[in-house]
Design a protein around this ligand. Structure first.
Ligand SMILES: [Zn+2]
Length: 202
């Protein structure tokens, strides 16, 4: 975002090995919008520690939580931020990006023909040769065996009904589905910001 002009401001920092339990590369910061909701869910808005610290020094973000891990410069010791919040609100898009991951997420990582959660691929519901386009409304998750079986036919021709009609989801809908498929890396300080109702559902 604002990396180029800021290399200098963090060049003074050097990593240390004081905390052997946490590598610097595993200290990303969760980025919240000014309203303290994540800037993005899919992919989750996460910055590397250098970018987070640059933003702190530019007064663009507030530190919400920090790792125990510190970085040192000649003039300052600083804990690495684990959660930061933008000072200026960034307007959110109502609709998520059309990506492979988001299509899987919309379809709950299940083949939309048989429910199989393995060997997942993408299928054009209306085949391309029949004019089917690559859009939210025409791409669904399909396991490799179903994809093979269906071939270049429509669901009707193949007698393979689609379980859930593919629609373009809203960002809010994807967030709901995403709770069941959390990212691989979740620092404990992030949970409060990602899932407000995690305690209620536990
Ligand atoms: Zn299948």
């Amino acid at each position: 975002m604002f990396q180029a002009d800021l290399m200098e401001s963090t060049a003074r920092f050097r990593s240390t090995a004081e905390d052997p339990t946490r590598n610097l590369s595993s200290c990303p910061a969760l980025v919240l919008n000014a309203d303290y909701t994540p800037l993005a869910y899919y992919p989750l808005s996460v910055w590397p520690w250098q970018t987070a610290i640059k933003a702190v020094f530019l007064d663009r973000v507030d530190i919400v939580a920090s790792y125990e891990r510190e970085v040192h410069s000649p003039s300052l010791d600083m804990k690495i931020p684990s959660v930061i919040a933008l000072r200026q609100y960034v307007r959110q898009s109502e609709f998520p990006a059309f990506t492979r991951f988001n299509v899987f997420l919309r379809d709950r990582f299940q083949c939309q023909y048989c429910g199989n959660p393995h060997q997942l691929t993408f299928d054009h519901v209306i085949p391309r040769r029949l004019g089917g386009r690559t859009t939210w409304e025409n791409i669904i998750t399909a396991c490799a065996p179903c994809n093979m079986k269906k071939g270049g036919r429509t669901p009707k021709q193949a007698a393979m009904p689609v379980r859930r009609a593919p629609i373009r989801p809203t960002s809010w809908q994807l967030q709901q589905y995403g709770k069941r498929f959390p990212p691989n890396y979740l620092h404990e300080t992030w949970r409060d910001w990602l899932y407000w109702d995690i305690e209620l559902e536990a």
